[in-house]
Design a protein around this ligand. Structure first.
Ligand code: ADP
Ligand code: MG
Length: 298
């Protein structure tokens, strides 16, 4: 798998605030990554460092395997980390043509990218007449003009109305489907859940989880068990391998494993001990419960 960005033991201190604390991660081509964490967890600082606009305190990062000087590598990175800003009295098309001129990109890209973000029919309208959602879509089009390898977005839906949020998320998915790697920072769990394939959970600058979005939910599969004698059931499971928690609640026994629990094996194990279940069901924790648990327990 091709590595787009690699971060090793990154630290950033602002005086007493340890904004990024020993962060290591790898971004691979073709995936959609969400950096998920509450406000102040170090998401924007991390993005600022790898985009060379914030100085790191220590640690390393490298783009595209480290074969290019940072300023060359960043030409293959599209990023929106601030509120979009264009010339208010120029149209969307004129604004993007200006970006093309500055970056040495052919003007034909303007139509392609405006169509991608659904603004082609509004190309002649002045930027100042655009809604916030349209401005954000224009910023995405602008960042994509040179067909970057990776698109970086910091809180892309902040301040937008529900329709605007929906449009931005659809556009991100479309861009990802075309093969562009995406790294987005968000404090919204459902945004990451809806848009991303991979998630990096940050809190106080530290990484608490990294892996697939599906894996984060899977980690916490709980099983709900019923039997005529719950105490006997609980006792017989005391030595069951890899159980991380067990409790009786609402007339049922709830168990969780530190690795996935196989329901058939569990049932067999109990039957061999003459415990017969009258209820066995798997309950996947929602990602939200999992996120709250991860960020609460550290
Ligand atoms: P996030 O993007 O996850 O909300 P930030 O990276 O913006 O988090 O901030 C991480 C921490 O660093 C916060 O405690 C924030 O107050 C602090 N911080 C960010 N930028 C600065 C700065 N320029 N000067 C001092 N402290 C800062
Ligand atoms: Mg931020």
């Amino acid at each position: 798998m091709e590595t787009i960005l690699s971060i090793r033991n990154l630290h950033k201190r602002y005086g007493r605030v340890h904004a990024v604390n020993d962060l290591s991660l790898e971004i691979h081509k073709g995936n959609v990554y969400g950096i998920l964490g509450p406000n102040g967890s170090g998401k924007s600082t991390t993005l600022g460092i790898v985009l060379n606009v914030v100085n790191r305190t220590s640690g390393e990062y490298s783009w595209f395997g480290g074969n290019l000087p940072t300023h060359e590598a960043l030409k293959k990175v599209g990023a929106i980390i601030e509120r979009p800003n264009f010339y208010p009295y120029m149209s969307a098309q004129q604004n993007l043509e200006l970006v093309c001129k500055i970056k040495g990109i052919g003007y034909h890209k303007v139509q392609e990218k405006l169509e991608l973000v659904g603004l082609w029919d509004r190309k002649d309208h002045k930027f100042r007449t655009y809604s916030l959602g349209m401005k954000q879509r224009l910023a995405i089009a602008s960042a994509l003009l040179n067909d970057p390898e990776i698109l970086i977005l910091d809180e892309p839906t902040n301040g937008l109305d529900p329709q605007g949020i929906h449009q931005i998320r659809d556009i991100i998915k479309l861009i990802a489907a075309q093969g562009t790697t995406i790294l987005l920072a968000s404090h919204l769990l459902d945004e990451v859940e809806k848009v991303c394939s991979h998630v990096l959970v940050l809190q106080y600058g530290k990484m608490l989880y990294s892996g697939t979005v599906a894996g984060m939910a899977q980690q916490t599969t709980a099983w709900e068990l019923g039997a005529s004698d719950l105490d006997a059931l609980q006792t017989s499971l005391k030595d069951y391998p890899d159980l991380s928690s067990m409790k009786i609640e609402n007339g049922r026994l709830w168990i969780q494993g530190s690795s996935p629990i196989d329901g058939a094996a569990l049932n067999r194990y109990l039957a061999e001990r003459s415990i017969y279940l009258d209820h066995l069901s798997e309950r996947k924790n929602s990602l939200e419960q999992e996120f709250l648990k991860i960020t609460a327990s550290k």
